[in-house]
Design a protein around this ligand. Structure first.
Ligand SMILES: [Zn+2]
Length: 267
């Protein structure tokens, strides 16, 4: 289980493992704790990291991968990785009142065959209904069970609009020009250009892994104010620091985020 984000108030209506007591804490760590409370025999490995081409080899031994992300960059990265390593991938996406689920099989059409790269900040502007995210998750899990039991091998895109009770199955064909299907895995070699990423939902910015020694930084910040540690995350004022070197900063603009970063973390 990989999640780079922290729990926010506006997640609570749809991300059912989290409560008000979990605000500002790492989603990956809290989710692991809650699932362990349900069933102590579960073996869960959770990472509060930003998945990228450098660390994606973590998933190499997976039997199946579920894409529950919220951005196309990570989706295409997973798509390339799973295609290359012949791991089934289950794509799930939701916006407003509708969503899609699609199973990418090693030999079948992939995400890049029908999805185009875009840079729209969609979830920020239109939101998502809590019942559609739950519904899409249920469909993904059902599909995962079927794949593990080898009961489903179709390449259909499943569309659901929960508000209108509209359900469609759309046949997907291989795209002749698809780079991934031709064995060109561009996302696996691509370096991320931007060091600053704006997160969906709220005014939170991520500054890429520049922190070398979190313990040392923590000691430095303790001289300036209260520092709270939770699992592998450290929080100080409106900054959250992660062991993988990232910082999440609450700010009104990119400039403000970089200024806060420069002031407390350094360059
Ligand atoms: Zn393809």
């Amino acid at each position: 289980m990989i999640d780079r984000d922290v729990v926010e108030e506006n997640n609570l209506h749809r991300q059912l493992l989290f409560t008000e007591n979990d605000l500002e804490k790492s989603k990956a760590e809290i989710a692991k704790e809650k699932l362990k409370e349900i069933n102590t025999s579960l073996k869960i490995e959770s990472r509060a990291i930003h998945l990228n081409s450098k660390n994606i080899s973590l998933l190499e031994k997976s039997d199946i991968v579920l894409d529950c992300t919220d951005n196309l960059q990570t989706r295409f990265l997973l798509n390339d990785f799973c295609k290359k390593n012949k791991i089934p991938l289950i794509y799930g996406a939701a916006i407003k009142t509708s969503g899609y689920v699609y199973l990418v099989l090693p030999e079948g059409p992939c995400l890049s065959c029908f999805l185009k790269e875009a840079s729209l900040e969609t979830c920020n502007t239109v939101g998502v209904l809590n019942t559609i995210t739950t519904s899409i998750a249920e469909q993904q899990v059902t599909l995962a069970l079927k794949v593990l039991l080898q009961k489903d091998m179709s390449s259909e895109l499943h569309y659901t609009n929960i508000w209108n009770s509209e359900f469609k199955r759309i046949k997907i064909n291989k795209n002749k020009n698809c780079k991934t299907c031709q064995g060109e895995y561009l996302y696996l070699t691509q370096k991320e250009e931007t060091e600053l990423i704006r997160f969906c939902g709220s005014g939170r910015y991520q500054v890429q892994g520049k922190i070398q020694n979190l313990d040392e930084l923590k000691m430095r910040l303790e001289k300036a104010g209260e520092v709270l540690t939770y699992g592998e995350t450290v929080s100080f004022k409106n900054i959250l620091l992660f062991k993988d070197g990232r910082a999440l900063i609450k700010a009104k603009s990119e400039e403000e985020a970089l200024a806060i970063y420069g002031k407390w973390v350094g360059n």
